[in-house]
Design a protein around this ligand. Structure first.
Ligand code: UDP
Length: 317
């Protein structure tokens, strides 16, 4: 059957659908019997992430930069706005596209939702909390962001994105949701995206030095992709309009992560210490009480299991 023949199926537009999270969302929504329109300008996304969906009649890829006007024919029931460079080196390399996709891209995708009378979900980030003075971070924490620092292009774009999403909800009655995504990892992360897990795993597998930034005593809390996608899916089906943190509260030091990856890969790599990037958050742990209570969601995959799966994927890629 062609896409058009299947009556009653819902259609979801996933921007950034060829990225790490976007492509997993395409898979999930196809499994949930949605038709999926995946829109991506491939600035950081990759066709390899969606090549397995190419022949699926319910899947359609449109190469487009959502910071430009979006023209879509046909019904759309749900918009998931996931387009954005998301790793620090990516948004440092593309500062203006990052600001544009968080601002103009969010405006354009809200416009699509409004004209199609669709529900809307914004991918926001723990970066809205900046270098937090409160740990763990609940959604009620306003954050501590340096707007003119190097990370400001991402942090402020996402803060603006949240603000305009709430404004469309309040002023136009749009049915919106906001997920604040904390550090996550898993298959389909780009080897060279500069984030800590791809860096450490690729370095460990080649027995090259593991590049810990600073002393490695900064913390992160890492969520495996399947858990994250489950939380996002549940939120997309909910009526919660305020922001919801989705992440794994298991917090560890970056030096501990380096040692764990060396052990799991049985690597001969040594640890070297490079300068800590400007404004690198010292602590990060999601308070997920809201997600637990409102979505009955909590992460299930522990770090070792998730890392083993990710290491196997990196070995194969
Ligand atoms: N990091 C590191 N070595 C690397 C890459 C990252 O020590 O090769 C550190 C980085 O300084 C940060 C943490 O790992 O404290 C997580 O960095 P990532 O880029 O994954 O994401 P962030 O949470 O900073 O957005």
């Amino acid at each position: 059957m062609s896409r058009e023949d299947k009556v009653g199926m819902k259609t979801v537009l996933i921007t950034g659908g060829a990225g790490f999270l976007g492509s997993h969302l395409c898979d999930r929504f196809l499994k949930e019997s949605y038709k999926v329109i995946c829109m991506d300008n491939l600035i950081t996304g990759s066709l390899a992430n969606i090549s397995h969906l190419e022949k699926n009649p319910d899947f359609k890829f449109i190469k487009h930069n959502v910071s430009e006007h979006i023209d879509l024919t046909g019904d759309v029931d749900l918009v998931l706005h996931f387009a954005s460079p998301a790793s620090p080196i990516d948004y440092l390399m593309h500062p203006i596209p990052t600001l544009k996709v968080g601002s103009l891209g969010t405006h354009n995708t809200l416009g699509v939702a409004k004209v199609k009378n669709a529900k809307y979900l914004l991918a926001s980030t723990s970066e809205v909390y900046g270098d937090p003075k409160v740990n763990p971070q609940p959604e009620s924490y306003y954050g501590h962001v340096n707007c003119v620092g190097p990370r400001g292009v991402y942090d402020e774009a996402k803060r603006f994105a949240e603000a305009i999403t709430m404004a469309y909800h309040k002023a136009h009655g749009l049915d919106t949701r906001i997920v604040r995504i904390f550090n996550c990892y898993g298959p389909r992360m780009r080897k060279n995206d500069g984030r800590v897990i791809p860096n450490f795993i690729t370095q460990a597998l080649k027995n090259e030095p593991i590049t810990v930034y600073g002393k490695g005593d900064q913390t992160r809390s890492l969520c495996f992709v399947t858990d994250l996608i489950e939380g996002i899916f549940r939120l997309s089906q909910s009526d919660i309009h305020g922001p919801v943190n989705i992440g794994n509260p298991h917090e560890l030091k970056i030096i501990g992560l380096a040692k764990l990856i060396i052990a799991l890969t049985k690597s001969k790599s040594k640890i070297i210490y490079n300068p800590l990037p400007i404004d690198d958050p010292k602590l990060r742990q999601p308070d997920i009480s809201r997600a637990r209570k409102l979505l009955n969601w909590s992460p299930k995959v522990d770090l070792e299991k998730g890392l083993k799966e990710t290491i196997d994927w990196f070995k194969g890629g």
